[in-house]
Write a protein that binds this ligand. Structure first.
Ligand code: PMP
Length: 434
């Protein structure tokens, strides 16, 4: 093993395997990465679902550079700097009406735990402090902090860490084998939202604070919500006074061809978490959008010095705000928040061309997200997909796999020839993997 690779303990990585055959990238521009040796690799996953405008965009680079020179840090508590306010004003113009307040964090995981805490505190400031139960969903991914893994539904992320948050339950996931090879939203499964009524019957609505779901689950295999499902979840939450949280860390900022999944599906949550595309992945940043109603509850409560006992040293960091403003400019200049809608039909057709491979057992897509599910090799879940990942990397295309599903989420600047190259490379790799 190369000694220089020894000290770094890599996240979500088989460190021992990686260090036997490291994969390094050291430069990026537009749709591509380059290895230190100069090999060009097409980015089929927008880095990690985040570089929505493509890499090294000049307005973002310049905004960060200028901000670093002007003011490197500003204390976030009881102090403000202009870009925090400017960014918030611009962001709430993009969100569905009603989501009019922004709380800054530094990652998707922090956004999730912040949203859960806002939900709990909201009920308490209104005198309904008995609403402490949080509901997630099977096959949910909400980051890796304790709130997120508790409401999340991935056993691998939970099983090593003992007790989770108390008082958490889960509704069923939305994967339904009647929907295999559906293009866009599946027909079957709106009634899976009724599983929330089962938990209401079990626990009583008066104990439930909030339900959190990803409108489109990404990290657990690209699960698209069945037609009518999110609407039904919204209606059940309204009926019982339960807050609905959308985790839009992946779906936010144009991934589906609309600014947010909430805008795309026409269903507005009470709280919405974002990260990734907020700064085009350039500087770590996340945010929680809250409804006016939730914010008002804190502002009209008994007078205190502090309304919400929560925040991070780097909340609204100047470099992150500058990066986000440069990102919003880039999205606006190039119409990127809706570009996915223009590319979606081509992307869909090309992705679905993979269905005839013998080991492909499902293809799912919406906007510029695709999931290609492979037949697992007996007793070795994820192995076939990972071998396809390695093959594609060798052939110059970066994809991502999650379990037995290949997940695609290219930068929104993608052109037809890139789509052909990504899918052609996967197709060849699938032939070899067979
Ligand atoms: N929520 C969702 C839906 C995500 O997809 C992710 C990351 N993939 C997170 C939360 C966590 O974000 P981060 O890795 O920035 O903490």
């Amino acid at each position: 093993m190369n000694d220089q690779l020894d000290a770094y303990w890599m996240p979500f990585t088989a460190n021992r395997q990686f260090k036997q055959a490291p994969r390094l990238i050291s430069r990026a521009e537009g749709m591509h990465f380059w290895t230190p040796e100069g090999r060009k690799v097409l980015d089929g996953v927008a880095g990690l679902w985040c570089v929505n405008a493509g890499h090294a965009r000049p307005k973002i680079v310049e905004a960060i550079r200028a901000q670093a020179a002007e003011m490197d840090f500003a204390p976030p508590f009881n102090m403000g700097h202009p870009k925090q306010f400017e960014l918030a004003e611009r962001l709430v113009k993009l969100t569905p009406p009603g989501l009019s307040k922004v709380f800054y964090t530094n990652s998707g995981s922090e956004s999730v735990d912040t949203a859960l805490k806002i939900a709990l505190a909201y009920h308490r400031v209104r005198g309904e402090g008995q609403r402490t139960r949080l509901i997630g969903r099977e096959r949910g991914y909400h980051g890796v902090n304790f709130g997120g893994i508790s409401v999340g539904g991935m056993v691998a992320n939970r099983k090593m860490f003992g007790a989770m948050l108390a008082g958490v339950d889960h509704i069923r996931h939305t994967h339904d084998t009647r929907n295999l090879f559906t293009r866009g939203q599946p027909e079957h499964g709106a009634d899976l939202a009724d599983d929330l009524e089962r938990l209401v019957a079990l626990h009583d609505a008066s104990t439930i604070a909030a339900v959190i779901v990803e409108p489109v689950a990404g990290s657990t295999g690209v699960l698209i919500p069945p037609k009518g499902y999110l609407e039904r979840l919204r209606a059940i939450c309204d009926k019982h006074g339960i807050l609905l949280i959308f985790d839009e860390v992946i779906t936010g900022f144009g991934r589906l061809g609309s600014p947010f999944a909430a805008t795309h599906f026409g269903v507005t949550p009470d709280l919405m978490t974002v990260a990734k595309g907020l700064t085009n992945g350039c500087v770590p940043m996340g945010a929680v959008f809250a409804s006016q109603k939730i914010h008002d509850a804190f502002m009209t409560g008994p007078e205190h010095l502090i309304e919400f006992f929560h925040g991070y040293t780097y909340s609204g960091h100047p470099l992150a705000c500058a990066a986000a403003l440069g990102t919003l400019d880039t999205y606006a200049d190039e119409g990127l928040l809706t570009r996915g809608a223009k590319m979606a039909a081509t992307f869909e057709n090309v992705v679905h061309s993979l269905r005839d491979h013998p080991n492909v057992i499902d293809v799912r897509n919406i906007g510029l997200v695709g999931g290609i599910e492979l037949k697992p090799i007996d007793g070795q879940p994820g192995k076939r997909a990972f071998s396809v990942f390695l093959d594609c990397w060798e052939k110059g295309v970066l994809i991502r796999t999650t379990g037995d599903t290949i997940a695609l989420s290219p930068p929104l600047i993608i052109e037809n020839q890139h789509i052909d190259q990504i899918i052609g490379t996967i197709s060849d790799a699938l032939k070899r993997a067979a």
